[in-house]
Design a protein around this ligand. Structure first.
Ligand SMILES: Cc1cc2nc3c(=O)[nH]c(=O)nc-3n(C[C@H](O)[C@H](O)[C@H](O)COP(=O)(O)OP(=O)(O)OC[C@H]3O[C@@H](n4cnc5c(N)ncnc54)[C@H](O)[C@@H]3O)c2cc1C
Length: 357
């Protein structure tokens, strides 16, 4: 008996629940407004042997045209608690809260640490999955702990930052534990009245030409100025959801930036003049956008109803396509980059239920 089983719908189209607007129906679908509903929904799927998909904002998902033959639980839990702690302010946020709303409120309260992650769509609970990052910040820099429910047993678990095994657009939740845990809440450690840390050159330049950050008080005014600059930069690249901009009908960047060894980067640079590269850990990060463009796929490239964004070389856009066609465009790009540069680009979004993936 599950006293908190959420209302379950059948054959619900999933496309409207994704930013790409693609994919078939969920065999079963329920929105969970409390952790108890989520727990009972998970138990329901386990008892019936149903595959389970935890859905947040659908902004990093590609759903097969055939849909998902299992139970989709959409997380709509809400709530944030704040506690002053040694070394900062601890904020524990429910997984279903909208990420950018959390960033906006943190900035307003003068709390630094997530301001460069302004404008990223999706839910708070999804941010640890791929260690969401942009403009020199990643959530791994501020996450103290992740609370989760084990889908196999229904048990609650908490992971400290080091246990999440965060990497570039990676964590245990996307690698060895993919699909195993439902994140129920995330605890962030932010700094009060801190100065924004601007490490990313493009953002540094934009801030310098827009505001005199030194003249602004630390805390909310300076953080707000940085947030505005980030949002402006992102809008130019169609990286802020906007129903009036068809280039935002995407899942964000479709490919991650490859990291190669220093020797491999030297070899590539010798053969391809102008290939940019950045140090990354023990290796070298190459911009996937440059590789895609130089493999013959310019911004605005069309492949049937699938396209590359006119404003961002890495965003694949739905201009009246199917998941199969979009994935076919992705594969063409991957093959061309592989042929030209010997590098296999990795997909960033999670592909669900596609046999042609
Ligand atoms: C326009 C645009 C711009 C973007 N810009 C960026 C960017 O700058 N940086 C960046 O890193 N990403 C970016 N993204 C990708 C995306 O917004 C993030 O990955 C985001 O964290 C996804 O959140 P979501 O709630 O929409 O997750 P969903 O798309 O709903 O889910 C993504 C994956 O996470 C899993 N998941 C979601 N919630 C939970 C949970 N609570 N527990 C367990 N698993 C869960 C899902 O099962 C799925 O596997 C962008 C996307 C778009 C559309």
């Amino acid at each position: 008996m599950h006293g908190h089983l959420p209302h379950i719908q059948e054959f619900l189209p999933l496309a409207p629940y994704t930013t790409l607007g693609l994919g078939g129906a969920a065999r079963y679908f329920a929105a969970c407004r409390t952790d108890a509903e989520l727990r009972d929904g998970i138990a329901h799927a386990r008892e019936r042997g149903l595959p389970l998909l935890i859905l947040g904002g659908g902004s990093n998902l590609v759903i097969a045209d055939e849909g998902f033959d299992g139970l989709v639980l959409k997380l709509e839990t809400r709530g944030t608690s704040r506690e002053d702690a040694p070394g900062g302010v601890r904020l524990t946020v429910a997984a279903g809260e909208a990420w950018d709303e959390f960033v906006r409120l943190s900035v307003e309260q003068g709390l630094s640490g997530v301001e460069c992650l302004s404008g990223i769509p999706g839910s708070v609970g999804a941010t640890p999955i791929q260690n969401v990052g942009a403009y020199g910040q990643e959530v791994s820099q501020t996450i103290a702990a992740v609370a989760a429910t084990d889908i196999r047993t229904g048990e609650s678990r908490s992971f400290l930052n080091a246990e999440c095994r965060f990497g570039y657009r990676q964590s245990r939740f996307k690698l060895e534990d993919a699909g195993r845990y439902a994140v129920t809440g995330v605890t962030f450690m932010l700094q009060e009245d801190g100065r924004p840390q601007i490490r990313y050159p493009e953002l540094q330049k934009n801030v310098a030409s827009t505001v005199d950050l030194e003249a602004l008080s630390p805390g909310a005014p300076a953080l707000q100025a940085v947030r505005e600059c980030v949002l402006a930069l992102r809008r130019k690249k169609s990286m802020v959801l906007d129903p009036s901009d068809p280039n935002t009908k995407s899942a964000g960047s479709f490919f991650t930036n490859p990291v190669v060894s220093c020797e491999a980067a030297d070899r590539l640079r010798a053969r391809h003049a102008g290939l940019p590269s950045y140090p990354s850990g023990t290796g070298v990060k190459l911009p996937a956008a440059w590789l895609v463009e130089h493999a013959g796929f310019p911004k605005g490239y069309r492949y049937g109803g699938a396209a590359i964004s006119e404003n961002h070389s890495l965003a694949l856009v739905n201009r009246g396509t199917t998941t199969a066609e979009l994935l076919s465009l992705a594969r063409r790009i991957q093959d061309a980059v592989q042929e030209q540069f010997g590098i296999r680009l990795e997909r960033e979004p999670v592909v669900i239920g596609s046999t042609s993936a």
